[in-house]
Design a protein around this ligand. Structure first.
Ligand SMILES: [Zn+2]
Length: 288
């Protein structure tokens, strides 16, 4: 799921909204003075964020308490399952990662409508989420049909992964970051394997030296699909073949500054010591 990069500052939890009610139109709420004069003759009202708090999350909402509760429950469940499946829970102590507790909890803002979400964040209208990774802040809107199923797990995994490997770490390939996030969405593993197998046999796949340096934004539609499928499949291969403990070792090696070949070699007991080795082993895994 594409999520916009940083654009406008995130609102504070107690931010005040300018709200409008005009006959026959839904309520509109705009953040800030600059946005306010986009719609003339507003009758100003105010609304403040309500909070649904849990161990690792603070969900802020304006209207829909039921949806906020569902987001809160789902976020806690995903936090546990993603941390466990990728081995990040065991890495917290070993690698001195920050806990998501008290003031360091992840904050999720739910705007009442897609329009208000777009106006507040500057994200494209087709996006389901807007994330500020370093601040552990996620924005979405009430009723988004893809937020709980794909955007939330995808973005939580990005945050957890980047906290482990480090931000702006040149040793961390984009495919690994996106592969982890897609893996966390919990798609049917065997179905993904079959899709990748078909692509390898028909339209082809990215040689790993190409995958390693590719940027999905520079690819065409079919290339993007192959990129994400392949990235997810490689992460799936590494975790299923070597276990989450060694997968975390690979991530930690990258965090410690080792290039991908050495990071792979240390994590796999020298069985995979290069991108070429990884490609050959992955092709055997998918049966391509
Ligand atoms: Zn992503």
């Amino acid at each position: 799921m594409w999520v916009a990069a940083k654009r406008t500052p995130a609102p504070r939890p107690t931010v005040t909204l300018l709200s409008v009610r005009t006959p026959g139109t839904p309520r509109l709420a705009l953040l800030g003075v600059a946005a306010a004069f986009l719609l003339p003759a507003l009758s100003a009202g105010t609304a403040t964020w309500q909070e649904k708090a849990s161990d690792h999350f603070q969900v802020f909402y304006l209207e829909d308490r039921v949806f906020a509760s569902e987001v809160s429950r789902t976020a806690e469940r995903l936090y546990s399952s993603i941390s466990n499946e990728l081995g990040f829970d065991r890495a917290v102590k070993k690698h001195h990662l920050a806990f998501w507790l008290w003031n360091d909890r992840c904050k999720i803002y739910l705007y009442p409508t897609r329009r208000e979400y777009v106006l507040a964040t500057g994200a494209p209208a087709w996006s389901a989420g807007f994330v500020r990774y370093r601040e552990r802040v996620i924005h979405s809107y009430e009723g988004s049909d893809t937020f709980l199923d794909s955007t939330l797990p995808h973005e939580l995994a990005h945050i957890l992964f980047r906290e482990l490997v480090g931000y702006d770490n040149p040793q961390v390939p984009r495919w690994l970051d996106e592969g982890v996030a897609r893996y966390a969405e919990g798609s049917d593993r065997e179905a993904i394997r079959e899709q990748v197998r078909q692509r390898v046999r028909t339209t082809g796949y990215f040689p790993f030296t190409t995958l390693h340096n590719a940027q999905p934004r520079a690819l065409d539609g079919d290339g993007v699909q192959t990129y994400y499928l392949q990235a997810e499949s490689v992460v799936s291969f590494l975790i299923e073949s070597y276990g989450s403990g060694r997968f975390v070792d690979l991530c930690a090696n990258l965090r410690d500054g080792y290039p991908i070949d050495r990071a792979l070699s240390f994590a796999t007991g020298s069985r995979i010591a290069s991108l070429q080795d990884l490609e050959a082993a992955w092709l055997r895994f998918i049966g391509g």
